[in-house]
Design a protein around this ligand. Structure first.
Ligand code: SGN
Ligand code: CA
Length: 529
């Protein structure tokens, strides 16, 4: 063999080697790319939640009271869930349900008083484990420190509207400004400057507003000046056949404080109400400019109120209008700030790969049955708004959806889209098949259980079932009363049919279904109810 042949052989072998190496490199590059690309394709999740935001105060649902053009942007091209429910209509239990996908008797957070065990399984922790960047900004209210977040910055307890205190792992500090703006500033800052942009994100952006005591931003003070809001038909409800409804303490007429709730903090100190001092403390959190703007708005109202000295029905109607004006004004700030976050997503090409959700921790009464607050299994507080807009590859339907969804369903839904497993113990179901239009075996009823009694607002303990047509509720503890509503004929739930002879068969059927749900959700320990 000549030297040339030897060189040729070496070069052929070398070329082969190079080819093989090349193939290996191409193949490994391909696999490397596909494993690297997969996370990039996983959708981001932006989970915006307000506190006590009634469905009727979102114009995508109802335009009777206010316009929320930015929140409605999620509904445009997105999905409006008409029958979205909570499991326990109060803040911390609802948040615990949403995080764990479990009813509150399972996750342990049945009321606002107890401490949530944040070391248990939650969806943000699960997303973090599969490579998501997770963040929580705003209201938390679970008493324990958040777990499962790469970044968290929360309000202390209920939070304050003005000069709120933010808490991080390092400590707490008050910040000058208005809570909804500050919470949004922090969210945008994390999205823009702090997260690892190589990874998908899941951000929980949880506003304090529109929670009591409904203190608007100074820029929104005159928004509803002289607007006459329609008074609900049930405002002067006398609670016939409904003892638990009669015995609550969340009546606008009876329990709403004219200073604390309705801002009649007169300088002369003549309006000495039960919670005057508590409101004084909120007022004192404003800086000089804020206070000046505030006084310019409220002083003439206070003067007018004192001079008119309303009584009876006139006072009741004045209170309703005053309440609505402030409640809705705090929502205007939420809406404006939702717009800022949506603009940020758009400007940074994030909209097409982000699941955007807007919800509330529960519904709220805007004068129906004469009430503010929540807690009852009646429609206004059992229902909660839910708007979702998803990347086109996931969302095949749009507009209104009637399926009965519940806040146990959020966790499995997010995990589904992240391509992660949902543990068997999770009680909710992913709603992805509703969203892609392929679901044909969805649940026909939802279960509810409320526990916080005796406590503020004195809503008695109760549990119940709701189907698309009926609702059966059992109030227990220091009472033993059942209520049945035919939602088709009586959507305002004024006519308790429990003792009506023509509904006895329906009741037997509903009680059997109710028992089935209690077994399904493992709420059968009778010693607790
Ligand atoms: C506070 C409110 C109540 C409200 C609870 C629970 N009182 O205690 O009116 O029902 O929160 O709300 S206040 O005087 O402090 O405003 S929740 O949304 O956190 O569950
Ligand atoms: Ca709430």
């Amino acid at each position: 063999m000549s030297t040339i042949d030897i060189f040729q052989m070496i070069s052929i072998a070398g070329r082969r080697l190079l080819q093989v190496c090349g193939l290996i490199m191409v193949a490994s590059l391909f696999f490397a790319c596909s494993t690297q690309e997969q996370p990039a394709e996983r959708p981001n999740i932006l989970f915006i939640m307000a506190d006590d935001h009634a469905l009727r105060a979102i114009s995508a649902y109802d335009k009777a009271y206010n316009l929320t053009p930015n929140i409605d942007r999620i509904a445009e091209g997105g999905i409006v869930f008409e029958n979205s429910f909570v499991t326990n209509s109060i803040c911390a239990p609802s948040r615990a349900t949403m995080l764990t996908g479990k009813f509150t008797h399972i996750n342990g957070k049945t009321d606002n008083v107890s401490r949530f065990d944040s070391t248990q399984w939650t969806f943000p922790g699960a997303l973090q484990q599969v490579g998501y960047q997770t963040a929580l900004i705003g209201k938390w209210h679970l008493r324990s420190q958040p777990v499962g977040f790469d970044h968290w910055e929360i309000l202390n307890g209920q939070g304050h509207y003005y000069t709120p205190v933010f808490v991080t792992a390092e400590g707490r500090k008050s910040e000058e400004g208005y809570v909804t703006d500050l919470t949004t500033d922090k969210a945008i800052d994390w999205l823009d400057n702090q997260r690892d942009k190589e990874k998908p994100f899941c951000m929980l952006l949880h506003h304090k507003a529109p929670h009591r005591t409904w203190m608007p931003d100074t820029t929104d003070l005159y928004l509803y000046k002289e607007v006459n809001f329609p008074v609900p038909d049930t405002y002067f409800d006398s609670y016939e056949n409904r003892r638990a409804a009669r015995e609550q303490k969340m009546s606008i007429i009876e329990d709403m404080d004219v200073v604390y709730d309705l801002k009649m903090l007169d300088k002369e100190g003549e309006l000495k109400t039960k919670y005057r001092n508590a409101f004084q403390r909120q007022y004192d959190r404003m800086n000089e400019a804020q206070r000046k703007a505030w006084d310019t708005k409220y002083e003439p109202l206070i003067e007018d109120f004192k001079q008119k000295n309303y009584q009876g029905k006139e006072l009741a109607l004045w209170k309703f209008q005053r309440y609505m004006e402030d409640y809705l004004a705090t929502i205007n700030s939420v809406d404006r700030n939702v717009g800022r976050v949506l603009d940020y997503l758009e400007a940074n090409d994030l909209t097409d790969n982000t699941i955007i959700v807007y919800t509330s921790d529960q519904g709220f009464y805007l004068g129906e049955h004469g009430w503010f607050d929540k807690r009852f299994m009646y429609e206004e507080s059992f229902k909660t708004p839910l708007l979702m807009k998803l990347p086109k590859r996931f969302q095949k339907i749009g507009g209104s959806v009637e399926a009965l969804v519940q806040n146990i369903d959020y966790a499995p839904t997010f995990l589904h889209y992240a391509g992660a497993e949902t543990p068997r113990e999770v009680q909710g179901r992913s709603i992805h098949k509703i969203i892609d239009g392929t679901e044909n075996n969805w649940r026909g009823s939802v279960y509810y259980h409320y526990y916080e009694y005796p406590n503020e607002h004195m809503v008695k303990r109760h549990y119940g079932i709701r189907t698309d047509r009926y609702k059966l509720i059992h109030f227990y503890n220091d009472i033993d009363k059942w209520e049945l509503y035919d939602l088709k004929n009586d959507p305002e739930e004024m006519n308790n049919l429990y003792d009506s002879p023509s509904y006895q068969e329906t009741i037997v059927g509903l009680k059997a279904q109710l028992q089935g749900l209690q077994e399904l959700y493992q709420d059968t320990d009778r010693s607790t109810y």
